[in-house]
Design a protein around this ligand. Structure first.
Ligand code: FPP
Ligand code: MG
Ligand code: MG
Length: 381
């Protein structure tokens, strides 16, 4: 156990558990249709950061010491690992003779050995990555992205139709795995996340809709952006942290602390993402940098620049759509303190995340959660 305040590598703490993650996820995604199987698993082969599962595992570990063992969690292990068959044949066809019969999509997984992490919490970690990956498949279609994690994006590789359907398939399998946890509150939380992702994406679309009127920066501008940011990014992180604590049968105080940690870290995470879009190269980022303006999106660095310079309103209004708009906006942002303001706001949220878990007993996993806040602030990709 590391003494408090000593820097630890979060990846090392739960590294053993994470080692099995991608493989377990692929087991959840088996389909007898070879093409669907391939598209659904496509992003599981690339090097994701696994931020959400990492947080769920660390949160599970960090809260383990306060688990109320008198209310020890019901053994859901038998439900969790039941295989789901995915027959791609009509009910009356003989599955054994059909070339499309799925090798039973198997919910079983190889798990790490940390006794402080419950099987249901491990499965939750996988579910968060499934939902996140589904949202990336859909997002890359919406954003017409060419690259993701330094490789060709799924929409470029397989086309929009298959990318969208694969995303839906991931959500379906995530739902089955979620139901197997036999915890209605956790099911409700993660189902809400899926709805929130769509709401966040819609707020972003509306935000960028061509607008004839000249938009003016108001007090609502930043709060609308933050609400959108919560829905599209922080909802998944906060609600999965909350779900991890719920699966551990923790007190309401611990559950709320886990949620607040995730909410604040999630907001910091997306603010940094929006900042990096202005400050790093595409090669470093592993996805197109400077893409937000091209997509017509006004994110935090631009909003803070707009606050000081009303000229940006006209450009926001037409989604940076006229010749030279993107370059002009980029120039005005670089002349402003927009990037720095964004970094400061992200730091405020990261500090609040650390503050939220002060009530946890000192442990290596708690230090890992604190370290995740530092890593979020220092990341370049
Ligand atoms: C990445 O944002 C995208 C998201 C965080 C969520 C996208 C949500 C949807 C497309 C809604 C529908 C999806 C599901 C699964 C319900 P970004 O485009 O800012 O980041 P990027 O630079 O990584 O592409
Ligand atoms: Mg995108
Ligand atoms: Mg997007």
């Amino acid at each position: 156990k590391a003494p408090p305040g000593v820097s630890v590598d979060p990846l090392r703490i739960v590294g053993k558990e994470l080692k099995f993650l991608s493989n377990n996820i692929r087991n959840l995604l088996g389909s007898g249709h070879p093409m669907l199987d391939k598209v659904a698993k496509y992003y599981t082969w690339s090097e994701g950061k696994h931020v959400r599962p990492l947080l769920v595992l660390l949160m599970s570990q960090a809260t383990a010491p306060t688990r109320d063992t008198s209310r020890s969690p019901p053994s859901t292990q038998s439900y969790i690992s039941q295989p789901i068959s995915s027959p791609l044949v009509l009910a009356d066809a003989n599955p054994d003779t059909s070339p499309l019969t799925a090798p039973a999509a198997d919910l079983e997984g190889v798990f790490g050995e940390d006794p402080n992490i419950l099987p249901a919490q491990r499965r939750l970690a996988e579910i968060t990555e499934l939902i996140h990956t589904a949202s990336l498949l859909h997002d890359d279609v919406i954003d017409n992205a060419v690259t993701r994690r330094s490789s060709s994006s799924a929409n470029m590789q397989f086309g929009n139709k298959m990318a969208v359907l694969a995303g839906d398939f991931l959500l379906g399998r995530a739902s089955v795995a979620l139901a197997r946890l036999r915890n209605p509150e956790v099911i409700e939380l993660l189902a809400t996340v899926i709805a929130n992702l769509v709401e966040g994406e819609f707020m972003q679309l509306k935000n960028t809709a061509a607008n004839e009127t000249y938009p003016v920066f108001t007090d609502d501008t930043i709060s609308y952006y933050l609400q959108k940011t919560y829905l599209k990014t922080a909802s998944l992180i906060s609600k999965s942290c909350r779900a991890a604590a719920l699966l551990g049968e923790h007190t309401p105080e611990t559950v709320e602390a886990a949620y607040l940690y995730g909410r604040n870290l999630g907001l910091a995470f997306q603010l940094v993402d929006d900042m990096l879009d202005y400050t790093v190269t595409s090669t470093e980022f592993g996805k197109p940098a400077g893409a937000d303006l091209e997509l017509g999106l006004a994110t935090a660095p631009l909003l803070f620049a707009w606050k000081r310079n009303p000229e940006l309103g006209a450009l926001v209004g037409r989604k940076f759509g006229q010749d030279g708009d993107v370059e002009r906006a980029r120039h005005l942002v670089s002349q402003s303190d927009g990037v720095e303001q964004t970094r400061l706001l992200a730091q405020e949220y990261a500090d609040k995340a650390v503050e939220a878990i002060q009530i946890f007993p000192d442990s290596e996993a708690k230090n890992g959660l604190i370290e995740m806040c530092k890593k979020t602030m220092n990341r370049r990709k």
